[in-house]
Write a protein that binds this ligand. Sequence first.
Ligand code: FMN
Length: 307
Amino acid sequence: MQIKTLHLKNPLILAPLAGYTDLPFRLLCRRFGAALCYTEMISCHGLVYNKKNTLQLTPTVPDDRPLALQLFGADPDMMGEAAAIVSSMNIDIIDINMGCPVRKVVKKGAGAALMKDQNLAAAIIRRVCKKTSLPVTVKIRTGWSHESIVAPEFAIMAEDCGASGIAVHGRTWTQGFGGTVDLQTIIKVKDSVSIPVIGNGDITTYQEAYAFLEMSGCDGVMIGRGALGNPWVFTADGTPTTLAKRMEGLALNLQLIQKYSNPDKILAKIKNHAGRYFKGIAGGSSIRKQIYTVSTFEALKELTQSF
Ligand SMILES: Cc1cc2nc3c(=O)[nH]c(=O)nc-3n(C[C@H](O)[C@H](O)[C@H](O)COP(=O)(O)O)c2cc1C
C-alpha cells in the first residue's frame, strides 16, 4: 500500500484510539506486524498554545515509524498552524479527524460535525495541505446520520482539496459504536476516489482483516478495539489460547510502558490494558480482579509474573 510517497509493508493499520495508542502501545503493535500506527487525536489549539497535556501526546522514537499524527479542530487557520508545527516532528502523515463522535468535540464543530459542513471541512483540508509537505489523510464516518450518508461525496471533496488518503469508519455519528458496519458505503467510497482508502470497523482478527480487504477492495484496513490486549490481531496465527503465551504479550507491553512512560502515574490506564489480555481465557475474570487490586506498577509486574 502506498500513501503518496509513503510505502507500507502491509495493509494492516493501528487506528487512533484516545487514551490507548500512545508510544508504548504503538511500538507493541508494530512488533506484531502493524504497518502504520496513528497517534490519538491531538488538539490543534493545544499544539499552537503549547499546552503541556497536548505536548505529552506527541513523543515518538525512530522505531515508531511510519507514524500518522492525528489533528482535530474546526478552525482552518489553527489547523494550518498546527500542521506546520507537527511537520517538523518525526512523523510521516498528518491525519485530520472528521469522524470523532464525542460530544465535547462535535459541540465545537470538530470531529464528525465536519461531515455536516463540507465547506468548512474543505477549507480545513486545503489549509492543512498548504502548510505541510507531508501526506495528509482524513478520517471520516459514513455520515452524520442514516439520512445523510455523505462519505463518497465527502471523500471526493477531500481528494480535490489535496488529501492523499481517506480512512472511513463504516458507521454514522448517530450510530456511535452500535449497529453494524456499512460495508456498501465503504465500497462506494473506494469506487469514488483514486487515492488509497482505508476501511475501518469491527475487525477482530487477521483473517477478518484480509477478508474485509477482499470484499471491499480497500487498500488498507484499520484496527482499533480489536488490538486492545490483543496485538496478535496483526498476526496470521492470531490470539494465543494459552495463559503463558498471553503473558508473553503482556510482559512485552509492560516492558515498553516502563521504558517509555512514568508507569506509576498512569497505573489505572495500565491496569485497563493489562486486564484485557485475559479475555476469553479460563480464570480470566479472577485474574482481572486481582490486577485491579494492585497499587504500584512493580506490584502489577510481580502479580502478572506469578500467573
Ligand atoms: C476508546 C476509543 C478512542 C478513540 N479515539 C479516536 C481518536 O482519537 N481519533 C479517531 O479518529 N478515532 C478514534 N476512535 C475511533 C477508532 O479509531 C475507530 O474508528 C473505531 O473504534 C472503529 O474501529 P474498531 O471497530 O476497529 O475499534 C476511538 C475509538 C475508541 C473506542
